[in-house]
Design a protein around this ligand. Structure first.
Ligand code: DC
Length: 228
């Protein structure tokens, strides 16, 4: 299937399978995959390492200047790196998950991440996932998808992801973390999570990845009148 040189924006709640789906689309279409949430997680890990998050989860204003020294990137395998060192596992811990939403709510952090995303996507043919890609970062994206799934399914997925990595987790705690993040992500002042009016809604509670790919191919064919 010949896909035009577009940006595909995938937004939605945490643990709805956005990144798995976005990664698979990138592979299927020969696009570059960019995980915007990983950049917010990297900023959070950086702030933790620099001791810029206080016990009450408030963030020191020094983070703003310190960001000037943060070199965050993805390697060839798409793993997140700080100063060229892979930090993929470190950014996925519960410790980072529980502090990332307040960090992602800071306007200067959002500017930092948006700038990096535009730099990395300059060549086009990109699938990007996040919360505000279709609404704020790439409002002219060629295709916008908004993903959702039931809370039970999301919590179960996140729980399995954590335990597969050997991290201890309890399903109720995971659910609570997801609910808290949903609330902060959709109620913050800067770029809250919201569905773009021109996005396609995908509820994948009862779908396999193969069905999701068939779904998006159908959407692309219809939207761009692709015949092959
Ligand atoms: O997708 P994720 O769970 O890895 O994202 C981590 C956090 O980053 C999430 O709590 C919300 C925030 N985020 C955001 O505010 N905007 C984005 N475009 C992507 C993620």
């Amino acid at each position: 299937m010949t896909i035009p040189d577009i940006v595909i924006a995938v937004d939605g709640y945490s643990s709805t399978g956005k990144s798995s789906f976005a990664k698979l689309m990138a592979k299927e279409f020969g696009f570059l995959y960019l995980d915007s949430g990983a950049l917010y997680r990297a900023v959070t890990l950086f702030a933790q390492r620099e001791n810029l998050i206080r016990k009450d989860n408030s963030v020191s204003v020094s983070l703003r200047n310190a960001l000037g020294t943060l070199k965050v990137d993805f390697d060839r395998e798409g793993r997140t790196c700080i100063d060229s060192v892979v930090v993929e596992n470190q950014i996925r811990t519960m410790s980072v998950s529980s502090q990332v939403s307040p960090i992602a709510a800071l306007p200067y952090v959002r500017e930092f991440v948006d700038r990096r995303l535009h730099e990395m996507a300059s060549g086009g043919r990109v699938v990007m996932d996040g919360r505000d890609i279709g609404t704020t970062v790439f409002p002219n994206a060629g295709l916008k998808i908004f993903m959702t799934a039931s809370m039970e399914v999301r919590a179960q997925r996140r729980f399995l992801e954590l335990t597969a990595k050997g991290q201890s987790a309890c399903i109720e705690e995971v659910k609570k973390n997801l609910q808290e993040r949903d609330f902060i992500d959709s109620h913050r002042e800067t770029s809250p999570l919201s569905r773009a009016a021109d996005s396609f809604l995908l509820d994948n509670s009862n779908m396999t990845m193969e069905q999701e790919i068939l779904w998006v191919k159908g959407v692309l064919q219809g939207k761009f009148l692709i015949l092959d």
